[in-house]
Design a protein around this ligand. Structure first.
Ligand code: AGP
Length: 621
């Protein structure tokens, strides 16, 4: 998730823009940049690494030294754009940092999100002799505006907006239009800050909260033109839209969390966007999955004998979901192993094997060691990670990035759902490459996967209150048991891990069919038993296991597929999640379990962002 900040007004804006970027650091970034418009001339500076590098590059702190960065032209710039980049398309380089310009440099843009149809637009623009200076999808926008520019930036942005497909928000400026910025939103957040004779545009309120508390939220499909006098909002066709600002009352700490009480709660709510970005341009059409970024040889994919997934903690649970999906669709045998075990069990692995190392941080020592061991033994290693430039990307032959943005809460939430979404992409792509899935089934699953960001949003909105009620009733519990079957089991394992991590309540997850072989002895009237009973080929079996549990007086809280109506008789309480293909259900079934652990921990007054004894990244062995 990149960070956008723009300013028009009467004050010199260089420092204002950089200060705005600092307020967006929590979004995570690997490079940054700024473009300042003064006297009809635009100066742009990019810097890789932290904002200190950008500050140094623009000369903040060595006024008068005259060395480096943007010379302080007189009068100083009062129109500008700035950006923090979280790389998705293109390496972490100065060239790929934003703002991006058109062929002349007179048009500058900053973008957060993904332009899905960037490949075909780049080909078109190239054919019109546009020169590109970066590897990014975002630079397309500057050239598209250039294609349409005829002295009116708002009109050019509107025409450009009509040609784009994807999940993004961007802001643009033109050297000939000082005092004007034009921005547009398609899914990714965009807000305007209304000051006294000055106006800000940003991807999040903290960027300008120190300057103004009057914020205007730009809705999906809207375009906004800002000047020092204020903001004019239209729909995509140019029709005016009435929009009223809200007064922001957040304190500094809340501001850092984007108005949320904790990072974990914010990250739970960011899952629809994060999943959307992770699948975005990997599903370019109704009937094809595009993972050409992997650069895995087609012969290898067609002939590989086995897949081995190694990971730790939550990433291991995402791998377990992936196993079900890959075996279902691609019919390749998948072995799972905890990385800290795999690396010491002298595994049998070789050149016909694909070993997938799943690690959101890309720095977990055991997973890295397991990947290296497999690679030394001739296997092809694929890293599934959330961090560009992390060690895992260097210890692998191919890399698939989740695009969850920076996750600050120690308890993984959005990185889990993005890993699961990425495993679905991988499962479908391998099936497509190996011809093990019928075209209509593939198209059906692609349509379902494309709908998942909305399903995730629906679930979060629908279940939160119900889950809070369950938490109120159960937060003093001494033990939680989670039961599931088939693809519901990894969801239970992840739910139990969340409960353990942040509420410190002993919790166990079990294959429901295993209950009668021992764990059933743990049950009594006070035991809350969370059952993942979404529609699947094993639902009947699951229902009879729930009956067994209920017969021992335990509280059965079930997560079920909306409209199935099959669990009510076997549950004390049913939490419904939207219907999807049964293999995709984990992406929504996990959400009530994340929220349950969250609310229980909050009700116990615990620090959910930084639980005791835990680190976000485990780099020790
Ligand atoms: C999950 O909430 C935990 N933070 C932990 O189990 C984590 O998943 C594990 O340490 C693996 O981390 P990684 O994905 O960065 O490798």
């Amino acid at each position: 998730m990149c960070g956008i900040v723009g300013y028009v007004g009467g004050r010199p804006c260089r420092d204002l823009l950089v200060a705005g970027l600092e307020k967006l650091e929590y979004r995570g970034y690997d490079s940054a940049g700024i473009s300042l418009l003064q006297d009809g001339h635009i100066d742009s500076v990019h810097a890789v690494g932290n904002l200190g590098n950008l500050r140094a590059a623009v000369g903040i702190g060595d006024e008068g030294a005259g060395a480096g960065g943007v010379a302080v032209a007189a009068p100083p710039a009062t129109t500008g754009l700035a950006h923090t980049r979280w790389a998705t398309h293109g390496r972490v380089t100065e060239e790929n940092a934003h703002p991006h310009g058109d062929c002349s440099g007179d048009i500058q843009i900053v973008l957060n999100g993904i332009v899905e149809n960037h490949t075909e637009l780049r080909a078109e623009l190239r054919a019109e002799d546009h020169d590109f200076s970066s590897e990014t999808d975002a630079e397309i926008v500057a050239h598209l505006i250039e294609r349409h520019y005829d002295g009116d930036l708002t009109l050019a942005v509107r025409r450009c907006f009509a040609e784009l497909r994807g999940h993004y928000a961007f802001a643009a400026m033109h050297a000939d239009e000082a005092g004007t910025l034009v921005a547009a939103r398609q899914e990714c957040p965009l807000v305007v800050g209304l000051g006294e004779s000055e106006t800000f545009v940003a991807s999040a309120i903290p960027a300008f909260l120190a300057e103004t508390r009057r914020a205007l939220t730009i809705e999906n499909g809207e375009i906004v033109t800002i000047t020092p006098r204020g903001a004019t909002v239209t729909d995509a066709d140019g029709n005016p839209v009435e929009r009223h600002h809200e007064q922001i009352t957040w304190d500094a700490e809340a501001a850092e969390k984007g108005g949320y009480e904790t990072f974990m709660r914010k990250e739970i709510d960011e899952q629809p966007d994060a999943v959307a970005e992770t699948i975005a341009d990997r599903l370019p059409s109704r009937d094809r999955v595009d993972l050409s970024e992997l650069e895995l040889a087609p012969d290898f994919v067609a002939g590989m004998r086995r897949i081995v997934i190694v990971a730790c903690g939550t990433s291991y649970h995402a791998g377990l979901v992936g196993r079900y999906a890959i075996e279902q669709w691609a019919r390749v045998p998948v072995e799972m192993d905890i990385a800290s075990e795999y690396r010491y069990r002298d595994p049998v692995v070789g050149s016909d094997d694909l070993v997938i190392g799943i690690t959101q941080s890309g720095e977990t020592a055991d997973t890295l060691a397991a990947m290296r061991l497999a690679r030394e033994r001739g296997a092809t290693v694929l890293a599934l990670t959330n961090i560009v430039g992390s060690q895992a990307t260097r210890d692998a032959d191919a890399v698939l990035f989740t695009r969850a943005g920076l996750e600050i809460g120690v308890a993984a939430t959005k990185t889990f759902t993005c890993q699961v979404a990425a495993m679905y992409l991988l499962g479908l792509w391998i099936a497509q490459q190996r011809g093990t899935i019928a075209a209509d089934r593939l198209a059906e699953l692609i349509a379902e996967l494309k709908a998942m960001p909305n399903r995730v949003q629906e679930t979060l909105s629908a279940v939160s209150e119900q889950v809070e009620t369950v938490a109120r009733a159960e937060h003093e519990g001494r033990f939680f048991l989670y039961l599931g079957r088939n693809i519901g089991l990894p969801v239970c394992l992840e739910g139990a891990l969340k409960m353990k991590e942040i509420s410190y309540i002993p919790s166990d997850a079990y294959a429901a069919g295993e209950m009668k072989h021992g764990p059933i002895a743990l049950l009594d009237e006070s035991t809350p038993v969370v059952c993942v009973a979404t529609d699947s080929p094993t639902l009947d079996k699951m229902l009879s296991n729930m009956e067994e549990v209920r017969a021992r007086g335990a509280d059965v809280i079930s997560v079920a597929t909306a409209g199935s109506g099959r669990t009510a008789d076997a549950s004390d309480l049913t939490i419904e999640v939207p219907r999807t293909d049964w293999v995709l259900q984990p992406l929504v079934a996990i959400l009530p379990l994340q929220l349950l652990a969250y609310h229980v921990a909050r009700m116990k007054g615990l620090n959910v962002d930084q639980p005791r004894n835990l680190a976000k990244t485990v780099t020790v062995e």
